[in-house]
Design a protein around this ligand. Structure first.
Ligand code: XAN
Length: 368
């Protein structure tokens, strides 16, 4: 090195691996921190679907997507796994914005051919399949080095079996990532059993349609049985633990110890806007709180340690997204995704002085 190129860390400063958000709805950022007064299914019908339907408007989408990418980067999210909406062009725009700001991202155009409450916010099965093909082709064609498409059936209640099967086939034939939701809320689990009577469990529904692979991440999983967790392990599918959302929507509490005991890959998700914070540091805190809450109820349960939770927020997340060959820690050969932290101030994003993704400084933002 030329000595003038060497920058010394200041006192009270250190580098840590970048944070990985394994589950965030970019399209819900506009109402984060509001509208948490009802359980999941009513919340989707009342707030979420009406807002998401507005992303047909590309100006609105551009404004919200720029805000969420900038906010998450400032909070140290070097890798984000995003849900967009059903709109292909707006979803492509999210990919472009993540690329422009230098964030590593998986971007999913949401697929849903059932919506009995907000009827204009859904696709036909054929539209969903065709638009998914278009989304993948156009995003891959951009050749963004850090942004990839992810197949995104919203969840079993929003998709017919036919659509789930088509999406499983597209993912398999193109070796793509997959994301969805599973076993978040008791009412949801009950309705899935009703809608898919041929499947023994919620996990079996996704498995039947080839949606559980070693590139799959499923959000929540609060009510998965040991047998279902064993199927996650067998297929290599992972879970995204979203403690803020689990509490905010009164959905449930994930027993992380049990997930880890089953050797299922696990990362943390902010799940904006079911979760009210776009910060993975907040997810770390809520994960610790949730685990201590379970330990209060069952003294035989060991609460998570800080070290374990830090790992979930970094390496665990990269493993959950099958990106651990590129990011997650400072192992030689991986990209330099890092936060320069100064411990002198705050206890929030103000501690994050600089953010690097793949060796490029992306925070503070430059004007260009
Ligand atoms: N299931 C969901 N859960 C959640 O927390 N947010 C969502 O947008 C959603 N859709 C289905």
């Amino acid at each position: 090195f030329n000595p003038s190129d060497v920058i010394q860390l200041g006192q009270h400063e250190f580098f840590m691996p970048g944070l990985v958000d394994t589950h965030i709805h970019a399209s819900q950022y506009s109402y984060a921190g509001t509208a948490l007064n009802m359980p999941l299914l009513q919340w989707l019908n009342t707030y979420t679907f009406p807002v998401e339907s507005q992303f047909k408007d590309l100006d609105f989408a551009c404004k919200v997507y720029k805000q969420v990418v900038k906010r998450t980067l400032r909070n140290g999210t070097t890798t984000a796994c995003y849900f967009a909406t059903i709109h292909t062009d707006a979803s492509l725009l999210l990919g472009q914005i993540a690329h422009d700001f230098g964030q590593r991202a998986l971007v999913g155009k949401v697929c849903m051919d059932i919506n009995n409450s907000v009827k204009h916010y859904k696709e036909t099965c054929q539209e969903s399949q065709e638009e998914t093909y278009r989304f993948i082709a156009e995003l891959l064609n951009k050749k963004y080095p850090l942004v990839k498409p992810v197949i995104t059936p919203r969840f079993a209640l929003s998709c017919t079996g036919t659509l789930l099967g088509q999406l499983g086939a597209i993912a398999k034939n193109n070796n793509l990532h997959i994301q969805s939701h599973i076993s978040e809320n008791p009412e949801e689990v009950r309705l899935v059993k009703q809608l898919f009577p041929d499947s023994e469990t919620y996990t079996d529904v996704y498995h039947k349609y080839n949606l559980l692979t070693d590139k799959t991440v499923m959000a929540h999983g609060c009510y998965l049985s040991d047998e279902e967790l064993a199927l996650f392990k067998e297929t290599g599918a992972s879970l995204s633990h979203c403690p803020n959302s689990n509490i905010s929507l009164c959905s449930g509490v994930l027993n992380v110890r049990n997930v880890l005991k089953h050797n299922v890959k696990l990362g943390l998700g902010t799940d904006v806007a079911g979760g009210y914070s776009a910060s993975v540091l907040d997810a770390v805190r809520r994960a610790l709180d949730s685990s201590k809450f379970l330990a209060i109820q069952d003294p035989d349960l060991d609460p998570l340690t800080f070290e374990e939770t830090f790992r979930l927020a970094t390496l665990g997340g990269s493993q959950a997204l099958s990106l651990d060959d590129q990011t997650g820690n400072f192992e030689v050969g991986k990209d330099f995704d890092a936060l320069r932290v100064n411990t002198c101030v705050a206890g929030d994003d103000r501690n994050i002085v600089e953010v690097f993704v793949a060796g490029r400084r992306v925070v503070p933002f430059t004007d260009s």
